[in-house]
Design a protein around this ligand. Sequence first.
Ligand code: HEM
Length: 427
Amino acid sequence: MFRGEPTAYWTVNLGFAFFLITQLYGIANARLIVLPGNTIAIHYYLAFFGWIGFLIMGAQLQFFRAMASVRKYEPTFLRFLFLFTLLIGIGILIMVESLELRFYSFIGLLVYFLGVIIHFYWLYHYQPKKYFKLPLDHFFVAQAFFLSGVIILLLKSLEIRPFVFVERNIVTHIFVFGWITITLEGALIRILPMFVGKRIAPSQKKRLNYHLSFRILSSLLVILSFSSTFQFLTAITSLIWFGIWLWTLYILAKSILTTKGTLQHYVSLLFFLPGLFWFTFGMVVGIFLVIIPNISFYLVIRRLHIHFSLLAGLSLIMLGAYHRINAFQTFTLLYTGKTTDRTELILLREKRMSFTAIGLNLGVLVVLIGFIIDDFTLVGFGGLITFIFTLVFGTSIGQNILEYLKNKKDALPYYLKPSEATKPRTR
Ligand code: HEM
């Protein structure tokens, strides 16, 4: 079903809303504005469970549907329960941390966990006959990592031994090395070339299964070594992990540079290329943290590592993907099977997106410089620039959402194919 899907649509759009709120809490962490409660913890939950969580799960539902030909995610009540549990879960986490009642965070985690379980159930239930199929295999494995991280956080919050001794840092690395990286790599290898008018380089195809196996193994090793006290082991496993990341970049470069087809959508590259650069650089900074024992300015380097990889790196890549996904979903939900002068290109608003890409790159650069010179006012100021350009980005998204809400009653039901336009089904 090469069409948008409403649950996936609202999930990614809510993810974007969480990105804005994450930034507000980042600005509060830099003490430029005042927000109540433990703002660092709230910023953390919003970043991982809100921005990254919603965007990844929504995008996975969308691509999974297209590639596994899922007509509808069923039963219908689960579609509502999925969004409801994720939203209520995150709402409780924010409330609990705002009121500094951390003890009750297990309620929020438990409710959020139910939403993740529903998502996992769909990936399992609607698996195509030819499982594993790139990038669905990546998505499935990535979600297994996410699920395990959420379970550990939940058990930790319930003070169940031995989980109570697991540091949050380890869970964060389960998220980053397992869930985020594997989703990202599946998308980079399979979807990014397609986004710019290219395909997977045939010379790389036969090695992709090995790539995934090595990736899973290296991520497991690096996560296990983070739980050990041997820094040397962490350094070695991180280097292996990083080698496989470089392999991913190589596959991507081969696909973009050597396959037929003209390079299109340069605006997407304004998000993807700097994003990939910063993500890689953030990982190098992380490796420095483990290779050099008792590194001075540990906190400064740690903050840099986090924001190079997650704000400048991952968030730019995710925004690049999101503006494409949103235009695709809006267009196919509204206009499949209809004659119209609207096109997906109009909904992409590439000129405005180029402008916001430049502004966002500038904003994250100011945040990073602020962290480098340990000047939180500059961090907050950079955050403000990023926030403003995210709002400009949001005007295009908002226009698409309004167009969807205004016209959806006249659209072909989302679970129908264009060929079924004249004989609507009631299902
Ligand atoms: C404009 C945006 C942002 C600003 C100004 C900002 C600022 C900050 C500041 C000041 C801290 C506290 C550092 C400390 O005191 O040690 C922090 C922590 C953090 N930020 Fe951001 N941030 C932004 C966006 C993001 C994004 C988009 C992500 C992830 C996708 C992110 C992930 C984190 C994480 C994981 C922490 C560490 C939380 C912890 O220690 O538990 N930030 N941020």
